[in-house]
Every structure is written in C-alpha cells, then in structure tokens.
Design a binder for this molecule. Structure first.
Ligand code: AHG
Ligand code: MN
Ligand code: MN
Length: 334
C-alpha cells in the first residue's frame, strides 16, 4: 500500500475532516522524495561544488540543510494547507499569504535537516515535522499559532534518509512507517503499527560531554556499563549524532536516547517545537516515553520558537530508569 492510498484509507478515522490534513501529509511526502534525491547525490554535489559556491552550470551549490528547508517550504506553500511555517533554519516564522492558503487550517514546525554534521560523510540524516491546528482565525499565521504544547499536535513524524528512505508518522492513532521504493518513486507501507520494545540494550548519548553532565546522568551511564545478566547489561553504546537516526533505531530495537543539560548548554541543546515534541509524539504513540528528566516533553509550556529542552526518549522502562537516577541525584550540581 502506498502512502497516498494509506492516507486516503485513514481519512475515515477523522469523520469531520475534509481531507486537508491528508493533503498536507502528501505534500510532506513529496518534499521528502525531492530531498532524498539530493541527499543521495550529496557526494557528487560536493565534488561539483569544489570551486566555491557555484557548480558547472553556474548555479549555486546549496548546502543540504538550506536546500531541504527550501524544498519543504516550497512544497508546503504550493499545497495551500498551511498558514505559517516555523523552521530551525529561520529565526522568525514564515507567514503564508497566498490565495490558495486563504482557508488553511494548519501550521507546520520543522527541522528540515537533522544531523547536518553527517551530510558530508554519508551517514543518515533526517527531517522532523510537527503539525498543529492554527489558533488564529484567519489571514497568515502568527507566532501564537506555534505556542501550543506538544499534546496539541495533530500529527508529527520524521523522514530518515538512510540506507533506505523512510517516512514515519502518527496522527495520534499509532505509528506507521513507509519505505521509499525507488523503482516506483512511492513510499510503501513497510512498518504498520510500529511498537517500541519496553526495554532495550542501547543507550545513545554524547559521552564526550560526560564531565559536563548532571550527576544523575553520569550515574546512569555507569549503570549502563555495569555487568548484570538479568537486565542484559552492559548495554551497548550507539550514538550517530543524527537524533532521527538514533531515535529510529531505538524505536525499532529498544533503547534510550539522552540529550541532557550540560554546563555548556544549561537549557539543553535540542529544540522543543520541531525536534523534541514531534519525536515525543511518535515515540509515545509507539508505546515509549519522552521526558525532560522530570516532566513529560509534550506538556512543557512553550514560550519561544527556538526554545531548548533536555530530552530523554525511548523505551519506557529505560526512560523510567533515567528519571529515577535523575531524581535520586537531583540535589547534586553538575
Ligand atoms: P541539527 O543537525 O538539526 O542541528 O540537529 C542535530 C542534533 C541531534 O539530531 C543530534 O542527536 C545532536 O544534535 C547531536 O549533537 P552533539 O553533536 O552535540 O552530540
Ligand atoms: Mn536537529
Ligand atoms: Mn537541522
């Protein structure tokens, strides 16, 4: 079943919807295919771009994160279902004021290219997206439309540009994964009703920052490294540096991804609106958990577009364990 067929079939789940959300998800799928095409040529593009910023046709060679941003914005604008976009790449929101978006009901927040440090080295990168119903009543959307808790998300998901390209999303009724079949150019349902294991053997954290972690995280990492056959420890460390790829692997195999506060990033590094909330919605829908360490991510109050937060996300028993360690060593400073 293709993504398009699946979306049409699932529309029956939303009896009052008129198909706008379905069209919006389709638009995201289109942009994903275009970005995937470019990501898979990244090595070649790099070679062509060696003289500076122009390729042999005299066109500017765009960095993939900028390119991905442009592609998603263009697809969403052309689709006419969103009245504003928020992106990691744009300091302010992008209000949309076109004729076809006059009655648009939704806003989209996105990280167009997640894991950008991995682009030039042929390692998986991703896109993260989050869809909200607008709060303002008409005209182009405003910042107010984005100041909603993660619990208000209508849909969210990610695309992983990996050994194959996958689109994984939820509308709050479970999680489904689609793999791009390059021979027909369609995303096909490959992972229906994804469920994450309650526990796993992977922990994903940038241990290079160890000295700057809160005491509870340091102690949890030591716990992961201890021998204990009952809990299959020591766990294996897996950290790619593309959150989408790390969290996707842990979703399928079981594991926990942690990006805590550090002395260098006292509020955490990852952004609530377009990284943590959409990933949290997917993982919760797959039976896992996502927390700041003491609060459910999707309930965190948002006050700023690019607000940062610490993140602990993954298999529920593993997340609970991290939270337990953080609570136990809370009093101790970093
Ligand atoms: P982005 O490429 O969008 O800036 O996000 C990268 C994020 C996340 O995906 C990844 O896990 C983390 O930052 C890596 O950060 P460190 O290099 O600090 O570990
Ligand atoms: Mn990111
Ligand atoms: Mn990014």
């Amino acid at each position: 079943m293709t993504l398009g067929q699946f979306i049409i079939e699932k529309q029956a789940d939303f009896p009052y919807a008129k198909g706008e959300l379905s069209r919006l998800l389709r638009d995201i799928g289109i942009a994903a295919k275009i970005v995937n095409r470019e990501v898979s040529k990244a090595g070649l593009v790099e070679i062509l771009g060696e003289t500076g910023e122009t390729n042999i046709q005299g066109e500017r060679v765009k960095k993939l994160d900028v390119y991905a941003n442009e592609q998603f914005i263009a697809a969403l604008k052309a689709g006419g279902e969103v009245c504003a976009i928020a992106s990691e790449e744009n300091e302010e929101i992008i209000p949309i004021d076109t004729e076809i978006s006059k009655n648009a009901k939704y806003v989209v927040a996105m990280d167009p290219l997640d894991g950008s440090s991995n682009i030039d080295v042929n390692v998986s990168v991703g896109t993260i997206f989050s869809i909200y119903r607008r709060l303002t009543l008409k005209g182009p959307g405003t910042i107010e439309d984005f100041m909603q808790r993660g619990t208000e998300q209508v849909a969210s998901g990610y695309i992983i540009y990996g050994s194959s390209c996958m689109l994984v999303y939820t509308t709050g009724k479970g999680v489904n994964g689609f793999t791009l079949d390059p021979s027909i150019g369609e995303f096909c349902l490959s992972h229906p009703n994804m469920q994450t294991p309650q526990k796993g053997v992977y922990y994903s954290v940038n241990e290079g920052n160890y000295l700057h972690f809160p005491e509870g995280i340091k102690k949890y990492i030591k716990y992961c490294q201890e021998e204990d056959s009952a809990t299959s420890r020591p766990y294996s460390s897996r950290y790619i540096g593309s959150g989408v790829a790390d969290i996707h692997r842990n979703l399928i195999n079981g594991g926990v991804y942690i990006y805590p506060v550090t002395t260098k990033s006292p509020k955490g590094k990852l952004r609530l609106l377009y990284e943590c909330n959409p990933l949290a919605f997917v993982i919760e829908q797959a039976g896992g958990k996502a927390t700041t360490g003491d609060k459910r991510i999707m309930e965190v109050q948002i006050n700023e577009l690019h607000q940062r937060t610490p993140l602990v996300i993954g298999s529920s028993e593993m997340v609970d364990k991290v939270v337990e360690f953080m609570a136990k060593y809370k009093e101790q400073k970093v």
